[in-house]
Design a protein around this ligand. Structure first.
Ligand SMILES: Cc1cc2nc3c(=O)[nH]c(=O)nc-3n(C[C@H](O)[C@H](O)[C@H](O)COP(=O)(O)O)c2cc1C
Length: 438
């Protein structure tokens, strides 16, 4: 069987990839109390094959990066929790983590507290992203941001080690996405008005977030640096921990929020001009590159995303500015989400569904260019075959098909993904139980 473009090898910096099919970062909120779990190991190991590139889900650079205040951290000694046997919850002593109510189905919980509303709002936007999204499915589960993994303390490094080891043992390359979610999950941001579960989400808007002090911004940049170092330190048997990190500067999370003039009204050096709005991202990229080497750093962008009602006024300028900086630093890869996957309304979707909209970024960036968003096998082959992208990442298809590259090779049928289990806390169902080819 002749290999199609997606199945041809590729050299990314010093790393040899066996094919062009990448596992996109997909948060599954099954790392209880921010501690990576044994079932996370199984999930990633199932998807690891020789020469494959997997990008692990968004991992918080600090407790505050989960959208929690540091007061919570003082109450919940998250750093003292230890891994337990598979299937056990960590952090039952966390004051604001309730395994009995967090993650319950929205239809049952009634979505009746501020915190959940905030999460629900985030979920709603995510559900609308992508061309397979659909409000017709009415049984989403609310995640707790505390169940996203972290990379800010020693216990988390140790919990990541066996996972990194298992992926490396199967010959795959493993990057970890590092992230500060800003106001998306914030417990401090009431949203108003209250939205009905079945209702339209357009009338749901976050309240004004708390403005970061300059010193806090500097601390956040430092948190990115430390998280990157921690990722590289997640070493067990092999010479290195994660092969690198991906800085999450997309999808309306903190770094992306700064880029947008519609939400960034600062008058200091972090607001105003494109250069200023990009400053925190540039500082984070520079700090991480300095810490672990630019050849281990990828950056994720979604220039056209309007999550959290954040319209970008100058998305091309912003992305091209960042790409210029990335070129100067020698960043390994640039991972960009197609506009069709990030628009929240039908009108915008139609307007933005322009083929090859990312071409100016592809042309401008000197390193490896990864595209994402609504790709299937045929379109992925075309993107690589046309030179539009070096690599194509798959989120929903890869989470539902642990052997996606092999299925593409055989042009086999794909498992359908089950949206209702995207964020449920179950360690097996909808997570590690998607079948392999016979
Ligand atoms: C369940 C789920 C979780 C996601 N979590 C993340 C994440 O942690 N970080 C991120 O950058 N994007 C995240 N995304 C977006 C995906 O990486 C990807 O951009 C999106 O699914 C579109 O690609 P696809 O059409 O191949 O699924 C998530 C998407 C889904 C469906």
């Amino acid at each position: 069987m002749e290999d199609t473009p997606l199945l041809t090898p590729y050299k990314m910096g010093q790393l040899n990839l066996a094919h062009r099919i990448v596992h996109a970062p997909v948060s599954r909120f099954r790392s209880y109390g921010s501690m990576p779990q044994p079932h996370n190991l199984l999930y990633y190991a199932q998807r690891a094959t020789p020469g494959a590139l997997l990008i692990a889900e968004a991992s918080a650079v600090s407790y505050a990066a989960l959208g929690r205040s540091n007061d919570d951290a003082a109450n919940g000694p998250i750093h003292r929790q230890r891994p337990g046997p598979p299937g056990f919850l960590f952090g039952t002593n966390l004051t604001d983590y309730n395994s009995a109510t967090d993650g319950v189905k929205a239809t049952e919980s009634g979505v009746n507290d501020r915190n959940n509303l905030s999460k629900w709002w985030f979920m709603s936007r995510l559900n609308e992203s992508g061309n397979a999204g659909g409000a017709e499915e009415s049984h989403y589960t609310l995640p707790s941001s505390l169940d996203a993994p972290g990379l800010w303390n020693q216990e988390q490094i140790e919990a990541w080690r066996p996972i990194v080891d298992a992926v490396h043992a199967k010959g795959a390359l493993f990057f970890c996405q590092i992230w500060h979610n800003g106001r998306v999950f914030s417990t401090d941001n009431p949203v108003t008005p209250q939205v009905s579960y079945f209702g339209n989400t357009d009338d749901l808007a976050p309240a004004a977030p708390q403005r970061l002090e300059t010193g806090e911004i500097v601390q956040i940049v430092e948190d990115f640096r430390v998280a990157a170092r921690n990722a590289i330190k997640a070493v067990l048997r092999f010479d290195e921990g994660f092969n690198g990190v991906e800085i999450h500067a997309a999808n309306g999370h903190l770094l992306h929020q700064f880029m947008k003039a519609s939400v960034n009204d600062r008058t200091d050096e972090y607001g105003g001009s494109v250069e200023n709005r990009c400053r925190i991202t540039v500082d984070a990229m520079s700090a991480v590159a300095e810490e672990i080497g630019a050849d281990r750093v990828g950056v994720r962008l979604s220039p056209f995303a309007d999550h959290c009602h954040e319209e970008g006024t100058d998305p091309e300028e912003v992305a091209l500015h960042l790409i210029g900086v990335m070129n100067g630093l020698g960043v390994l890869y640039c991972h960009v989400i197609e506009p069709r996957c990030v628009s929240s309304s039908e009108e915008h979707r139609a307007r933005r569904n322009v083929p090859h909209r990312l071409l100016p970024f592809r042309r401008a960036f000197h390193g490896t260019f990864i595209v994402n968003g609504g790709y299937d096998r045929e379109e992925g082959d075309k993107a690589v075959g046309d030179g539009y992208a070096d690599l194509v990442s798959y989120g929903r298809l890869f989470l539902a098909n642990p052997d996606l590259p092999e299925r593409f090779r055989q042009k086999a049928a794909l498992n359908a993904y089950d949206r209702s289990t995207f964020y449920t806390p179950d360690p097996v169902v909808g997570y590690t139980d998607y079948p392999f080819l016979e």
